[in-house]
Write a protein of this length. Structure first.
Ligand code: FMN
Length: 167
């Protein structure tokens, strides 16, 4: 798939087929975060692959909008490491860029994803830190669910007009 097609056809998919996804494939997809841009090239991100059903159940309980995690085989916990951050004002933007890289890499491999927000809500962030016993320097930022889609992928319904304004 070329880059432009990937950007245009990536979708958030919340219904999944009963088919196992290989951990090696998931690891490969997640490794593409390494190539994302980051402010001052700080690369302070850290990603965990969550494999246990009990942990996905915990996450689905934690957030009302995360019920799809009950069906997804894998999900990714995207974090940043405070000890490696040089510019705190930019670290969120680094995270967004790296998550988008993972979504597009997954799309190339025909693995479908949903980006689930976590940052900047302190309560679920600290619940997750406690549950996974994360070191103090690790800040949970977002979850990405991953699986094989149940249905054909719907086309994107664009809300904004395609109109470039040159100023
Ligand atoms: C920062 C962010 C947080 C999101 N959080 C959720 C979420 O908690 N639950 C969910 O089902 N989708 C979530 N999404 C996915 C959006 O709902 C989805 O991207 C949007 O509806 C557009 O659909 P598309 O991704 O198929 O183009 C989130 C997306 C972003 C960028």
């Amino acid at each position: 798939m070329d880059t432009l097609t990937a950007i245009k056809t990536r979708r958030s998919i919340r219904n999944y087929r009963d088919e196992i996804l290989d951990i090696n494939l998931i690891s490969e997809i997640v490794s593409y975060w390494l190539y994302a841009p980051s402010a001052h090239n700080q690369q302070a991100w850290k990603y965990y692959i969550i494999s246990k059903k009990a942990d996905r159940e915990f996450l689905a309980e934690t957030m009302e909008y995360w019920k799809m995690l009950l069906n997804a085989w894998w999900c990714i916990l995207a974090c940043y490491d405070k000890d490696r951050v040089r510019s705190f004002e930019f670290v969120q933007q680094d995270m967004w860029a790296s998550i988008q890289s993972i979504l597009l890499a997954a799309h190339e491999k025909w693995v479908w994803t949903v980006w689930l927000w976590l940052y900047p809500h302190d309560e679920p962030m600290s619940k997750i830190s406690q549950h996974f016993d994360l070191p103090d320097s690790i800040t949970p930022f977002a979850i990405i669910s991953m699986w094989v889609p149940e249905w054909e992928i719907p086309e994107k319904n664009l809300k904004s007009e395609w109109k470039i304004v040159i100023i």
